[in-house]
Design a protein around this ligand. Structure first.
Ligand SMILES: [Zn+2]
Length: 217
């Protein structure tokens, strides 16, 4: 306590560029945010190995110029190789999202053929064929299960009718989770930080249901 009272910086504002600087200022060992959860981290003798950029093997959610992305499949693949990825999944928007030039069944199959061609002529990366499929306002999915079974990876997302009740939003999310071909739900709160409020979602129930359905994968 005494040392605090004698602190010559007391009452002054000090700005720090990094968290590390802040910890150093307080003469504390640096603890990265990932381990700062319960207070028990203060007892740690050494830090656990944390997930870092070097561990990232893939990107599972990528838009290309086929829908509203800024780069072609080729350009995305090139960047992925530069980053040392092993595989990527091309997941453009689906047909419901017209503003994003979403893909219908025919265009997805065309894209799939292009991806197959790419894979046949490259060995340093594997491209998988997927989709970011809309969960429609009425809870239906943008594609039939029959069609989805032809894709390597399926993301389901809500991009419409954000003002629906929590009950309705949950119905939509549950319909997607229950579909045996859906591998991932993107942006489950719908929120864009600083730009857009999300929709009403019961995240706890959502996560519980995802855990219950993990046998899908
Ligand atoms: Zn999305």
């Amino acid at each position: 306590m005494n040392t605090v009272l004698k602190n010559p910086n007391r009452g002054k504002f000090t700005h720090f560029l990094t968290e590390k600087d802040f910890f150093e200022f307080l003469d504390l060992p640096y603890l990265p945010p990932e381990v700062r959860e319960t207070g028990e981290e203060c007892e740690l003798n050494s830090l656990p190995e944390l997930v870092d950029l070097q561990h990232i093997r893939s990107d599972l959610h990528m838009h290309t110029t086929w829908s509203d992305g800024a780069q072609s499949i080729d350009e995305m693949a090139k960047k992925a190789i530069e980053r040392g990825y092993e595989y990527i999944v091309i997941t453009d928007h689906s047909k419901f999202l017209r503003v994003a030039n979403g893909l219908n069944e025919k265009r997805i199959l065309e894209q799939q053929a292009k991806i197959k061609e790419w894979n046949e002529s490259h060995s340093d990366l594997t491209i998988l064929s997927g989709i970011e499929m809309d969960i429609l306002p009425n809870g239906e999915l943008d594609f039939s299960e029959d069609f989805l079974s032809q894709l390597d990876f399926v993301i389901a997302s809500i991009h419409s009718s954000f003002n629906q009740s929590e009950e309705k939003i949950m119905e939509r999310l549950m319909a997607a989770i229950d579909c045996p071909y859906v591998d991932m739900i993107a942006h489950p709160t719908g929120r864009l930080i600083g730009k857009r409020n999300g929709y009403s979602v019961n995240l706890e129930q959502f996560i519980k249901t995802c855990c219950r359905n993990e046998h899908h994968y």
